[in-house]
Design a protein around this ligand. Structure first.
Ligand SMILES: NC(=O)c1ccc[n+]([C@@H]2O[C@H](COP(=O)([O-])OP(=O)(O)OC[C@H]3O[C@@H](n4cnc5c(N)ncnc54)[C@H](OP(=O)(O)O)[C@@H]3O)[C@@H](O)[C@H]2O)c1
Length: 179
């Protein structure tokens, strides 16, 4: 039986399923409406998880917005490389198994974790069946190439919870993972 920690994967993607555009890192393609919604949504979680590449892309902004009630965990095989940024209970670096991480977060009293990508983190969380909900922003764009939400073979089913227009052509789709 998995923990009671609620886990929500949050992502913005193009209509053709890319979370980055062409060869560029980052999410500058996301609309200002999505960025606003994302910042507000994050405040409703008491912890979040991202991969070290995503951390590096947004490092300056993340370091400016650390909050004592919202732990950010960065997944890396080399936590020691990031020790200069480590701040207990605010920003921590973790190199172990993600299922064990979520159990530890719950043991520390956390109730909700936003899974913030990128592809490696989304993929591992979905493959290990660690995600309760997916909150997906669909931007009215197509890139042809770029990183995908998930890399490799996966079989997952979802139930639609809600549809919201963040802007005229930008949709926020919330799904529950069907187990
Ligand atoms: N559109 C969106 O909503 C969205 C959301 C998030 C991110 N992104 C974008 O996605 C891109 C990054 O995605 P990504 O898949 O390349 O990278 P990522 O998931 O952000 O981070 C990958 C890193 O995770 C760590 N990792 C992977 N497997 C591990 C394991 N078994 N144990 C411990 N650590 C492990 C490694 O860190 P080390 O190399 O340090 O060992 C690896 O380099 C960025 O461009 C970012 O801006 C887009």
């Amino acid at each position: 039986m998995r923990s009671k920690l609620k886990t929500v994967a949050i992502a913005a993607q193009s209509l053709d399923g890319h979370i980055t555009k062409h060869g560029s890192e980052g999410t500058t393609f996301a609309s200002k409406e999505d960025q606003l919604y994302f910042r507000e949504a994050l405040k409703t979680f008491d912890c979040s998880l991202m991969g070290s590449k995503t951390f590096e892309v947004s490092r300056a902004m993340i370091l400016k917005s650390l909050h004592k009630n919202r732990l950010r965990v960065v997944w890396t095989r080399s936590p020691e490389k990031f020790m200069q940024y480590q701040q207990e209970d605010k920003l921590e670096f973790y190199g172990g198994d993600l299922k064990a991480l979520f159990a530890e977060l719950e043991a520390r009293g956390k109730t909700s974790c936003a899974i913030l990508g990128g592809t490696s983190v989304y993929t591992e969380c979905f493959k290990q069946d660690l995600v309760d909900e997916l909150w997906l922003t669909l931007e009215p764009l197509a890139f042809g190439t770029g990183k995908s939400l998930i890399d490799g073979i996966l079989e997952a089913r979802f139930e639609l919870l809600s549809v919201e227009n963040l802007a005229r052509s930008t949709l926020l789709l919330k799904y529950k993972v069907v187990r």
